[in-house]
Design a protein around this ligand. Structure first.
Ligand SMILES: Cc1cc2nc3c(=O)[nH]c(=O)nc-3n(C[C@H](O)[C@H](O)[C@H](O)COP(=O)(O)OP(=O)(O)OC[C@H]3O[C@@H](n4cnc5c(N)ncnc54)[C@H](O)[C@@H]3O)c2cc1C
Length: 315
């Protein structure tokens, strides 16, 4: 097998990719992980993790490092690379990167996750990095004793909002409904900090500021009333867009949100091509189910590789 030929290629090195690497390595299958940034994926953007069995209240970066060290023990190679295209030639997949490399593999596990969805309001893009942030753990400390607004009503908004009370003197939560998708325990935790105020049934119309964020224009859905609240920072946590645009036409099917559809083995419509973690169409997006998906995908991919090798040997 030449240098860039592998049995399994894993695209993305977040919790799903790391877990797939661990299981593929333990299956003694020649495996490469291609990651375009820091191994650990969204763990680097997560403040505290308190919902992964055995890892109580550890920081995302701590968990990322532990995951990476553990996976590397079993022999998978990790390479830097931004995958731009995955296509199929005969019984092999061809993986091309922005850096000009080409890899071939009998099976591919795609674990590329997604990225923060934007609010799409005036001021958001202009003030990004000047008070608008999508990462509480990265930027929260810049807003010590300041007023912060978090936008959204899911787990991330409530969890990261509670984290931001460590820094901010006050944290608003702006949410378009009066009920939450977030777990009740996270809502209770957010309220219990004593530094928060919820602005419900309301949408952000504009992030205001000149060079830095100074406020938020918010419209109440029920009354139509528009008000401005003075804030120094805005953290939108309103979901994300999956990175599922790297495939040759026809290789995968997606749901309406762009998440990849798989069967129970995590296999896409193309035999040998698997998807796991946040990029996959599913009900929840958590570390626990990303690693569960990846376990299934890696073992199914290893079985696919064995079957493909047997077919080649008898051909
Ligand atoms: C702010 C925040 C807080 C969270 N808190 C928790 C929590 O407390 N508990 C919990 O269980 N879950 C939490 N989550 C969710 C959890 O982080 C994700 O479910 C999990 O990281 C998904 O893992 P993944 O491997 O599928 O994707 P990701 O973690 O997104 O990893 C994908 C990886 O693929 C890489 N990649 C993308 N495109 C390419 C490409 N073209 N080429 C090469 N590499 C590529 C990315 O750089 C990234 O490293 C949180 C998420 C966020 C955003």
């Amino acid at each position: 097998m030449s240098d860039n030929n592998y049995e399994i290629a894993i695209v993305g090195g977040g919790p799903a990719g790391i877990t797939a690497a661990l299981y593929a390595g333990r299956s003694r299958v020649k495996t490469i992980v291609l990651e375009r940034g820091a191994v650990g994926g969204q763990l680097w953007n997560t403040a505290d993790i308190d919902d992964y069995p055995g890892l109580s209240m550890q920081t995302g970066p701590e968990v990322a490092q532990k995951f990476e060290e553990h996976a590397k023990k079993f022999g998978a190679e990790f390479e830097f690379g931004t995958v731009s295209k995955i296509s199929k030639q005969g019984d092999e997949f061809v993986i091309e990167t922005d850096e000009g490399e080409e890899y071939r593999a009998l099976s591919v596990i795609v674990t590329v996750g997604g990225e923060a969805r934007k609010l799409g309001v005036p001021g958001e893009q202009e003030l990004a990095g000047a008070g608008v942030s999508y990462c509480a753990v990265c930027d929260g400390a810049f807003f010590q004793d300041k007023t912060i607004a978090v936008v959204g009503g899911g787990d991330s908004a409530l969890e990261e909002g509670a984290f931001l009370t460590r820094y901010g003197s006050k944290v608003y939560l702006v949410h378009r409904r009066d009920e939450f998708r977030a777990s009740p325990v996270l809502v209770e935790h957010f309220d219990a900090t004593g530094k928060t105020e919820k602005i419900l049934n309301s949408v952000v119309e504009e992030i205001v500021g000149d060079g830095k964020v100074t406020g938020l224009r918010v419209k109440n859905n029920e009354t139509g009333e528009v008000s401005e609240i003075a804030v120094d920072a805005v953290f939108p946590f309103v979901g994300f867009t999956p990175h599922s645009d790297i495939f040759e036409d026809g290789l995968v099917e997606t749901d309406e949100g762009g998440h990849i559809l798989t069967d129970a083995k995590m296999e896409t419509k193309t035999p040998g091509l698997f998807a796991a973690g946040d990029v996959r169409s599913q009900y929840v997006r958590q570390i626990t189910n990303a690693v569960g998906d990846a376990t299934t995908a890696a073992l199914a991919a290893a079985a696919h590789v064995e079957a493909a090798k047997r077919t080649k040997a008898t051909a």
